[in-house]
Write a protein that binds this ligand. Structure first.
Ligand code: DX5
Ligand code: ZN
Length: 211
């Protein structure tokens, strides 16, 4: 069964608890939290205090996508705030093995993400050490962008070079059609923000992505 991780970037931040309960009651598996620092990507979003507050209002695993420089520096604060999965960008670190071990030492699952222009070969030597690979299918920074087909074509290579237990997640422009394309290629987790939050029936949207 595909793991559905709705991105709260498309939620109403003035009603965040309501909008998280909404996806929780609609069958979401995880909560995808997009952390942006205005340096690694040209946008600023959520930080540690907000993750800490979210932890208090949901039991769903918190899937934290770090689009930040110096991810090493923020592992401990985000782990202590209640993150369950910490995904860093390979483009943001020179020492991925050290970072992976650090994330594990705080009891979190580890994800590694690649931007659209980053070839999957870049992460070949760490695939055996991570729990998840996040393939970006838009340039990270904003919700509501169009899915880039070429990026999804990295999925089979990742699948072929990974342990069977590796979760392959895609993020960016996911809807019923593009979600199906990714699943056919081997994705096992879908992130979706605008598709889920803009749909009239959130439960139906999540169910469609899951099936
Ligand atoms: C983009 C973020 C995504 C974003 C997806 O940088 O990583 O998680 O919220 O939004 P949609 O699903 O609208 O493309
Ligand atoms: Zn994301």
């Amino acid at each position: 069964m595909t793991i559905i991780s709705p991105s709260i970037l498309s939620a109403d931040f003035a009603n965040l608890e309501r909008d998280i309960k909404l996806i929780e009651n609609a069958g979401a598996d995880w909560v995808h939290i997009d952390v942006m620092d205005g340096h690694f990507v040209p946008n600023i979003t959520i930080g540690v205090p907000v993750v800490k507050s979210i932890r208090k209002i949901t039991n769903l695993p918190l899937d934290v996508h770090l689009m930040i420089e110096n991810p090493e520096k923020y592992v401990e604060p985000f782990a202590k705030a209640g993150a369950d999965i910490l995904t860093f960008h390979i483009e943001a670190t020179d020492t991925p093995e050290i970072l992976i071990n650090k994330i594990k030492s705080f009891g979190c699952k580890v994800g590694v993400s690649i931007k659209p222009k980053t070839p999957p070969e870049t992460i070949l030597n760490i695939l055996q050490y991570v729990d998840m690979v996040l393939v970006m299918t838009v340039e990270p920074g904003f919700g509501g962008q169009s899915f880039m087909n070429d990026c999804a074509n990295k999925i089979p290579y990742i699948k072929d070079n990974s342990p069977e237990t590796l979760i392959i997640q895609v993020d960016g422009g996911i809807n019923s059609k593009t979600g199906q394309i990714c699943k056919n290629l081997g994705a096992t987790s879908l992130v979706a923000g605008s598709y889920i939050y803009n749909s009239k029936n959130i439960a139906d949207a999540i169910k469609t992505l899951k099936e």
